[in-house]
Design a protein around this ligand. Structure first.
Ligand code: SF4
Ligand code: SF4
Length: 218
């Protein structure tokens, strides 16, 4: 099974257009949209969603006001300023600021803080006129995009290996050089880099690709 990953240094270079063009030419392919922060392959592939799943990869602190002894320790220790005062003199956690580090949970003397898993996004399996598409949507302000990319790729590989007539996975990768890009490239068979005509730091790409442990990079 071969996997072709299409990436670029910046958004708007035409990755998704190229993936869409390959989709119309390929016979027997599974598609993975790994640009989970701004997935748009579905805009041109007309997906009919077959399965939808929650993506849970992080946790948040929640304060039980009935148990809270109002000592203020959690607020003093939280380095993300995620513990806010409430109007009645208590404390509550701001979900957008909480990084789920668990410091407050371990430090609370009243056992009033619970760490709960939260839904960070969704991933989907869809039928398209060109083949099966695995895609995802990361929630607003959520991180862990690299893990969501890994989830999308794993499912695409599973579906491709179960199918009789699939010989290639075509992956629409994210732009840039960050965590989701590395997750999209690791172990791929080939990478196709789409460059805009504007100058780009090609050496950065060379360093990234060599660190991504691609098995058959062309
Ligand atoms: S550390 Fe625990 S008891 Fe103290 S204010 Fe925070 S939640 Fe309340
Ligand atoms: S889990 Fe960490 S980031 Fe979240 S409120 Fe507690 S100390 Fe702050």
């Amino acid at each position: 099974m071969k996997e072709i990953t299409i990436i670029s240094g910046k958004g708007g270079t035409g990755k998704t257009t190229i993936v869409g063009s390959l989709a119309s030419l390929a016979e027997g392919a599974v598609f993975a949209d790994c640009d989970v922060d701004a997935a748009n392959l579905g805009l041109i592939m007309k997906p009919d969603t077959r399965e939808s799943h929650e993506f849970r990869a992080s946790s948040q602190a929640f304060i039980d006001s009935e148990k809270c002894a109002l000592c203020g320790r959690c607020q003093d220790l939280c380095r993300f300023d995620a513990v806010l005062d409430t109007s009645d003199g208590g404390y509550q956690v701001d979900g957008l600021s909480c990084e789920g580090c668990g410091v407050c949970f371990h430090a609370c003397p009243a056992d009033a803080i619970e760490m709960r898993e939260v839904v960070s996004g969704q991933w989907f399996i869809s039928d398209t006129p060109y083949g099966t598409l695995v895609h995802a949507r990361l929630g607003i302000g959520e991180d862990n995009s690299g893990r969501l990319v890994t989830q999308v790729r794993q499912k695409a590989r599973e579906l491709a290996s179960e199918a009789d007539n699939v010989e290639v996975i075509i992956t629409d990768g994210p732009p840039g050089i960050g965590c989701p890009v590395i997750s999209s490239l690791t172990g791929t068979s080939m990478a196709l880099i789409v460059r805009s005509l504007a100058a780009q730091p090609f050496m950065t790409w060379a360093a990234l690709l060599s660190s991504a442990s691609t098995s058959m990079l062309k």
